[in-house]
Write a protein of this length. Structure first.
Length: 413
């Protein structure tokens, strides 16, 4: 049997001299107390009845409120029984105060997710991953305000129509391409999946959304373009610096963040006196093992004083500035390609390694890939490689034909 008692705390008088009214719930041996949010002058309180004395309007309204809370608490007791749960004073209090309700806010779930990512940075999460999800949350909030004039939405309200509108917003208003749009939608899908796993929703609206990335040809420099860039000297210091950093990436395959953070600790010397870059990739934490080619070594030597001042081996600018200056370099050199820091990584995999018959297993190790399938995504079949292979095939066919003709001639005699 549940007992509900209203009482005042005279030792906790408020500034106006009134005492706060508390509620005590007792269920068998479990007891809990919590504030009702109301107060009263102690002289008009009837402890035996747990109500106010007198017919003033305030006292009548107060007593009606307390009656309502008592009915509500007993209703909660019945609700817990119907759910098949054990009735305790603490369980009644949780439901009364709404503490049992699950937060179904999409932004709250996303913030919680991002806070967890933040705590895992440097362990099994890269800083870039956390930043991308922060950007994704920002974009979704911008969409909610632009489309619905609200800053948040219950995850229960997110249906395929909302997601289609978000897709349209990303592609039209934000001018993102298909693959970038798919990535942002999948980020939201991850938060929806969290809601699904917690029982907040029973089905995911993502299941009805058709998301498909398209194969995009990644640009890289040909040998001729790479040679042209090496031979071009820029009178403007910032352009010469950016060119050298880009070339260093072309001959090491390091991604922007990995060359930005490159330090003396990442350089080792083997028993043959050869220098290597042995570094965990920032994105995946996978180790990459890269022999340092002479051209890359020359660039390190050129900026050797950099390490003394900053601890970083190269004076790498921000990724935004690097890409902006690379566009300027492309215009000056007449290289009709969208030069970016990541273009250098593709150049390393294709023009520097694969086009020179490097084994794909070794390329994978140098790029820091966990499997060869990832390397195949970077590896491009060059026309030169195709021509070389076809020359071999043609030579074999010609030799076979010559042997047959010779055999035919011999059979005539």
């Amino acid at each position: 049997m549940t007992s509900i008692l209203f009482f005042i705390k005279k030792k906790k008088l408020l500034k106006d001299g009134s005492a706060p009214i508390y509620i005590r719930v007792t269920v068998r041996k479990t007891v809990t107390e919590f504030a009702s949010g109301k107060s009263i002058i102690p002289s008009v309180w009837l402890p035996q009845k747990g109500r106010a004395r007198g017919n003033t309007l305030y006292n009548k309204q107060l007593n009606a409120f307390l009656d309502e809370q008592e009915y509500k608490l007993h209703d909660i007791e019945l609700c817990i029984q119907r759910e098949g749960k054990e009735v305790t004073a603490q369980e009644i209090q949780k439901k009364y105060k709404g503490d049992d309700k699950i937060n179904d806010s999409i932004t709250a779930l996303y913030i919680e997710h991002n806070e967890q990512l933040k705590g895992l940075i440097g362990k099994n999460v890269a800083l870039g991953t956390y930043k991308r999800h922060e950007t994704s949350l920002k974009l979704f909030k911008e969409f909610l305000f632009a489309e619905y004039k609200k800053h948040d939405m219950s995850v229960r309200e997110i249906n395929p129509l909302v997601l289609e509108k978000y897709k349209y917003y990303l592609m039209v208003s934000r001018k993102n391409n298909n693959n970038t749009t798919v990535k942002y939608l999948r980020n939201i899908g991850k938060i929806i999946h969290i809601a699904l796993s917690r029982g907040i929703i029973s089905t995911s609206p993502m299941q009805q959304l058709k998301l498909k990335t398209v194969e995009v040809e990644k640009e890289f420099l040909t040998k001729e373009e790479l040679d042209k860039l090496i031979q071009t000297n820029f009178p403007v210091e910032r352009l010469e610096l950016v060119k050298n950093i880009f070339l260093f990436c072309c001959f090491t395959g390091l991604a922007y963040i990995d060359v930005f953070t490159l330090s003396a600790n990442d350089i080792t010397k083997d028993n043959d006196g050869e220098y290597w870059i042995k570094k965990a990739r920032n994105k995946t934490n996978s180790m990459c093992h890269i022999p340092i080619l002479d051209l890359a070594k020359a660039i390190l030597d050129k900026y050797s004083n950099q390490s003394v001042r900053t601890g970083r081996l190269l004076p790498v600018l921000s990724n935004q500035k690097m890409n902006a200056y690379l566009k300027e370099i492309a215009d000056i050199t007449g290289i009709d390609k969208n030069l970016t820091t990541h273009c250098a990584r593709h150049t390393f995999a294709t023009t520097v390694l694969l086009a020179n018959d490097a084994k794909i297993e070794n390329v994978s190790k140098m790029l820091g890939h966990s499997n060869i399938r990832m390397t195949q995504h970077y590896a491009k079949i060059l026309d030169k490689s195709i021509a070389k292979d076809m020359q071999k095939v043609n030579s074999i066919l010609q030799n076979n034909l010559a042997e047959k003709e010779q055999s035919g001639l011999e059979s005539q005699f």
